[in-house]
Structure formats: structure tokens, C-alpha cells
Ligand binder design. Structure first.
Ligand code: SIN
Length: 487
């Protein structure tokens, strides 16, 4: 039976889209693993919103400034103006945002915001709290462990998707398809993303001759604890620095002021780049992994009680690694965090040149983030454009275009793929990372081409297509702007 809408992804964008579609529509949400394996679930800081009508121009200005001249101003205005309605709706949905004793919303600050305007929930568990509330309210069907392997596209129309589940392979057809599949974290050795976030849908877009935009614009989070055995490294929220934590070397020097007079609160790209550069200098003098070669997050501005209450998730995770907080200093590194670029889509979330395909959330590029996303604008973008996409779907006549596609038969994984994925992650981190050189980018491109020609499985091929697009976009932009820094 065909669907009215198929949504790929069960992060905040996908779930909120489904909540905006009435129960009488036949809607299916597909997610690759368990629904919580998405970037929303691990988001700590919060949701940036205009605090009131007066704050809208300031929020717009901060977003445009962070985006380094590359944002689409019209879209940024929509984002900020509609943040007030979205917030009202989330409150109506009883999301328990943190409040003071009088019941007023608590706002925190992160880098490059001119005021405290970030709402949060569960202290530093914003993503988890929102995710569990939204998922408890959905009334549509959700399939877990469902890997999308193909977009069934022909002549500007998406007929449906091929999906692999434990029960087998299916072609599913729908009047409208919404992509909400997240970004590209699994392409990098160090990243903060859920392990499912691997850019396969981006690869399918390229396969179908559709456009990705600004893919060289990758955001690296400055403060991540990377000495863990897991693929997803441990994010240490920027809200920590917003509320008083600072960054020091082994000798206690706050070296970030040598790079920018805003120190720890300079924009995310600057802080990440400065830490990366400082660590490279330390590594020339001291052996790798020695205490002297590390850069640290100092949490001594917090009392033990305040820290446990305000940042319970970070406290629990770091305690599990043996840190005594807030006394101990935490060795940190930048790590890949967010993809500003993505599937080119318009102000309705509609994919360019397609009549019934939408892309929302991190997988999309609406032009809102430009060359550098303002902290905590990502959950907001997912919410605003989920609503816009569903309003567009509900406001138009959608009919089912009938067309049968053959079931896909390609091998998804091949034996060599695990090794090649490690090589790819390494290549992307070392050659397409925080500080880029033309020669490194060309080397990465060569490596990716070789892997693409080595007969890899379908899912790795899709990752490689996305990686290739990132490198090619980086090579096309020879000058530094925002997060794209060419040496
Ligand atoms: C953080 O909590 O530092 C991350 C927030 C974001 O990515 O916007």
C-alpha cells in the first residue's frame, strides 16, 4: 500500500515533521537503527530562539555574522521570526524546558551569541529530553532497523524508496518523501555524531544528478573528549564555556587570547582552529599523549553541586572515565561536529528541481548557516523547516504517480569495506579537516577515487561519493571563509 508521506530519519526534524502531519494520513518514518541513534539525541547545548520580538534582529545579526557572509538572509529571517511560534508549540507539547523557581524559561549563552537566548532541558540533556517527548507523541508508524538503499527518482519525481529491513528488501511508494537523515559524521576519525550518521542519502542525491551545496563548510567542535574507544566522541558543550569554563595548556595559560581577544567565546571555527594549531605546536616540543602536549578544559569556575545539576550528562560521562569533577582538567581536542552544507533545498524544505522530495534538518542546505553555524541554531532549523515542509505538503494537491521499480540487488557491504572506511575516516580527518592545503585535498581526492574504483559495497560507495563532493567543493573554494580554512 502506498503512503502519503515517507520520512527518512527519526531525529528532531523527522519526528517533528510527523507530528505536523494529521493522523488520517498514511505516514511512515524509517530509521536506520534504534530511533535514539540520531544527532538530536546527543545534542547538549540547547535550542537558540529569539527571546522575544525585540531579539529577532539581534538573533538574525548574530546568525549572519557567524555565517561569514554566506548565509541566505531571507532564510535567516524566517528562521528567527518562526522560532517564537515553534517555541510556543514545543511548550504546548509539554517539553520540560529548564526554568527558574518562578517558572521563567532559563536561557544560556554560547559563543558568538550577543545575549543568552538558548533554551535547554534536563541541564545538558536537551536533545534527549526533546527526542523522548516527541517520540512519545507520534501517532504514525515507525520502522526501526530500516536502511534506505535507494531513492526511486525519475524525471524530477521521487516515487519512493528501496529499504532493507530484517524482514527483507522492499520498494515503498509515496506521494511525498521527506529526507531528515542527518549529516556526515561517520566520514571523520573524530566526530561527535551518532554512529548512524553516515551521509548515504547525500550520496543517493548525487547519484541522481541532484545538487549538494556548501559541502566544504564543515564545523569542528572545539571541546571534545576524544580518548574513548567509541566512534562517537564525547562532546563537552559550549554552554560550559558560556557559563565560565576556560581552556588552558598544561601550565595553566589561557592561550586562546593569543589568537582572538574574545578568548574562549570567539566563534566556534576560530576556537577550534586555535586549539588545533596550538596542539600542533606543542607536539613539536613534547611527545604525543604526554601531559604537556595536551590542551585542557578547566571547570574550576563551577561548584561541585552546580556542575552536577546543570551538566548532569557530562558529569556522568566523565565520571565514568575516572575524572573527579569539577576539580580535574579534561584533555580536549576539536572533532567534526556539524555539516553546514547539504542537499540544496528551498524555503519550503523542497529539494531543488524535484516536485515531491523534501530535505530538512542537518541533511539539508537551506542557506541558513552559511560558512559557520551559530551555536544551537541546528535544532531550531530542523524544527522550523520540518514545519514548513509539512505545511507545503498539506497545502498542495498530491497524487500518487504510479510506477514500479525493480528491487535493488546490489551488495550493501563487502569484506574489505570496514578497512576502507577506517582509511577514509583517517584521510578526511588529516587532509580535509580543520586546516586545509590544496596538496592535501588533492591527495584525499586521489585516495577516494582509488577506493571508488575498487568495487566497494553500495553503502560505502555512497559515503565515498559524498566525501568526493566535499573535497571537490573544498578545492573549488581556494580562499578561506568561515569554517573552510585554506593554508
Ligand atoms: C554544544 O552544546 O556545544 C553544541 C551545540 C551546537 O552544536 O549547536
Amino acid at each position: 500500500m502506498p503512503y502519503d508521506v515517507i520520512i527518512i530519519g527519526a531525529g528532531v526534524a523527522g519526528l517533528y515533521a510527523s507530528l505536523n502531519l494529521p493522523k488520517n494520513l498514511k505516514v511512515l518514518i524509517l530509521c536506520k537503527d534504534q530511533p535514539w541513534e540520531c544527532n538530536t539525541f546527543y545534542a547538549q547545548g540547547g535550542i537558540a530562539v529569539a527571546k522575544d520580538k525585540k531579539d529577532i534582529p539581534l538573533h538574525i545579526n548574530d546568525t549572519l555574522k557567524a555565517g561569514a557572509g554566506m548565509c541566505d538572509e531571507k532564510i535567516v529571517k524566517l528562521l528567527s521570526q518562526e522560532s517564537l511560534e515553534v517555541l510556543e508549540d514545543l511548550i504546548a507539547k509539554e517539553i520540560p524546558f529548564d526554568r527558574d523557581k518562578e517558572g521563567n524559561l532559563l536561557f544560556t549563552k554560547e559563543a558568538a551569541h550577543s545575549t543568552s537566548r538558548i533554551i535547554h532541558a534536563g541541564g545538558d540533556c536537551t536533545g534527549r529530553v526533546i527526542h523522548s517527548h516527541l517520540i512519545s507523541q507520534i501517532s504514525h508508524t515507525l520502522w526501526k532497523n530500516a536502511t534506505v538503499t535507494e531513492l526511486l527518482i525519475d524525471n524530477n519525481h521521487c516515487y519512493g524508496v528501496s529499504v532493507l529491513t530484517k524482514r527483507g528488501n522492499y520498494n515503498l511508494y509515496a506521494k511525498n518523501i521527506i529526507l531528515a537523515s542527518g549529516g556526515i559524521g561517520a566520514l571523520f576519525e573524530y566526530h561527535t555524531n551518532a554512529y548512524t550518521i553516515s551521509s548515504e542519502l547525500h550520496g543517493m542525491i548525487l547519484e541522481n544528478g541532484l545538487e549538494l551545496q556548501d559541502m566544504e563548510m564543515l564545523q569542528f567542535h572545539p571541546t571534545v573528549f576524544v580518548k574513548t574507544p567509541y566512534a562517537r566522541k564525547m562532546l563537552l558543550s559550549e554552554a560550559l564555556r558560556g557559563e565560565g569554563a576556560y581552556i588552558i595548556d598544561f601550565w595553566g595559560k589561557r592561550f586562546l587570547f593569543d589568537y582572538d581577544d574574545k578568548g574562549e567565546l570567539a566563534s566556534r571555527d576560530k576556537v577550534a582552529r586555535s586549539i588545533y594549531d596550538y596542539k600542533l605546536q606543542l607536539l613539536q616540543k613534547y611527545p604525543a599523549n604526554s601531559q604537556e602536549s595536551e590542551v585542557y578544559l578547566d571547570l574550576s569556575a563551577f561548584s561541585k553541586d552546580y556542575f552536577q545539576t546543570r551538566f548532569p550528562n557530562i558529569a556522568r560521562n566523565l565520571n565514568a572515565f575516572g575524572f573527579d569533577l569539577p576539580k580535574d582538567k579534561i584533555p580536549i581536542s576539536p572533532a567534526f561536529h556539524y555539516c553546514m552544507g547539504g542537499i540544496k533545498s528551498d524555503e519550503r524544505g523542497k529539494v531543488l528541481h524535484m516536485d515531491n522530495l523534501y530535505a530538512i534538518g542537518e541533511c539539508a542546505c537551506t542557506g541558513v548557516h552559511g560558512a559557520n553555524r551559530l551555536a544551537s541554531n541546528s535544532l531550531l532549523e530542523a524544527l522550523v523547516f520540518a514545519r514548513r515542509a509539512t505545511l507545503d505538503i498539506l497545502g498542495k494537491e498530491s497524487s500518487l504517480n504510479k510506477r514500479e521499480f525493480p528491487l535493488h540487488t546490489q551488495t550493501l557491504h563487502k569484506e574489505q569495506d570496514e578497512n576502507l572506511k577506517t582509511i577514509l575516516r583517517n584521510l578526511m580527518w588529516n587532509k580535509v579537516g580543520i586546516i586545509r592545503k590544496k596538496s592535501d585535498l588533492n591527495e584525499a581526492l586521489g585516495g577516494i577515487e582509488v577506493m571508488l574504483q575498487s568495487g566497494v559495497g553500495r553503502l560505502l560507495k555512497l559515503r565515498l561519493l559524498t566525501a568526493k563532493n566535499i573535497v571537490e567543493s573544498a578545492l573549488k573554494r581556494s580562499h578561506s571563509v568561515g569554517a573552510h580554512y585554506m593554508q
